[in-house]
Design a protein around this ligand. Structure first.
Ligand code: CA
Ligand code: CA
Length: 100
């Protein structure tokens, strides 16, 4: 996945308007407003997750790469809890380190 998409200049030439119930992605797509800030890339370019004010994680919570907060017990439990899977990512690295 491209972490630094270069779609911003499209905003200035795009004239399409989304319904008021929808969010306009930077890549022209319209998605339901309730799909924004749910940690999932619904636009396809991640723009529905860019302008979000996510809460700070509580003490002890694990902060996923996408700013999602999960309970500490969910970290490295073998199941993906962060939508982006980051709660299990570093575990794989750790396991590899230990087995080598
Ligand atoms: Ca989303
Ligand atoms: Ca997990």
């Amino acid at each position: 996945m491209n972490k630094h998409p270069v779609y911003y200049f499209y905003l200035f030439i795009e004239t399409h308007v989304c319904p008021t119930t929808h969010f306009k992605c930077a890549n022209y797509f319209c998605i339901p407003t309730d799909k924004t800030c749910d940690f999932k890339d619904d636009c396809g370019d991640g723009s529905d997750e860019l302008q979000c004010k996510h809460r700070e994680c509580w003490h002890g919570e694990f902060k996923c790469k996408n700013s999602e907060c999960i309970r500490p017990g969910y970290l490295c439990d073998g199941e993906v809890n962060c939508v982006d899977g980051s709660d299990e990512e570093n575990c794989e690295i750790s396991k590899l380190k230990y087995t080598n």
